[in-house]
Write a protein that binds this ligand. Structure first.
Ligand code: HQG
Length: 182
């Protein structure tokens, strides 16, 4: 039976971002686990996955529209999106001058008051371009609100930024002083 890559990717997100313990996994401080350990856990989830191979995980990565997971030297991790208590460690890096955050009309008033917060995740997620931010918002609304973030200014004022993948940046909470609601 063909493997449904979308549901495999979703289950990988649970295992690598949200519920590793439920899958018997321990993430290291940067979120890595052995590919073989993840495969073992995933094979138990569905009968269609009982022969799951590394190549199936590689196909999830290759065929996805988003760069969510990375495999390196026999290990795998999620680049971003973690919600577990143990905070993933990243080197702070200088961000581009401007980054973008896509959100809903419902969340916007609260963000205007409180700034951007990580909410259920470990970090605030930001996009390098407007279109990516728009796609993020479209998961939740037909009327995206795009916030322009003065990232480099915020960085200079001591807010830490981290590189997620090529399109996504992570950050500590960002106060309204650095946000523009265009
Ligand atoms: C909002 C997906 C009220 C924030 C995406 C967002 C992304 C506030 C929601 C990645 C707030 C959190 C992350 C405040 C922020 N008051 N609401 N002060 N501050 N919010 O899903 O950025 O498909 O945790 O605007 O594409 O939407 O999973 O973050 O609406 O890259 O790989 O609280 O997850 O990628 O929602 O998305 P999320 P996000 P994947």
């Amino acid at each position: 039976m063909a493997i449904d890559l979308k549901s495999l990717s979703k289950t990988m997100a649970y295992a690598l971002r949200h519920q590793p313990v439920q899958f018997g996994l321990t993430l290291d401080e940067e979120g890595w686990v052995e590919v073989s350990t993840l495969l073992e856990a995933l094979r138990k989830q569905r009968s269609a996955w009982r022969l799951l191979q590394t190549t199936d995980l590689e196909r999830v990565i290759a065929e996805s529209d988003k760069k969510r997971y990375e495999i390196r030297e026999g290990r795998i991790r999620a680049y971003y999106g973690h919600s577990i208590e143990q905070k993933m460690q990243h080197e702070p890096v200088e961000p581009p001058v401007i980054l973008y955050h896509g959100t809903t009309p419902e969340a916007a008033p609260s963000i205007r008051r409180q700034g951007l917060k990580p909410m259920q995740r470990q970090y605030v997620h930001l996009a390098t371009d407007i279109e990516t931010a728009r796609q993020v918002a479209l998961r939740r609304t037909h009327k995206p609100v795009i916030i322009r973030v003065e990232a480099q200014q915020a960085y200079r004022q001591g807010i830490a930024f981290y590189s997620g993948n090529d399109d996504i940046w992570l950050a500590e909470p960002i106060s309204v002083d650095f946000l523009h609601f265009d």
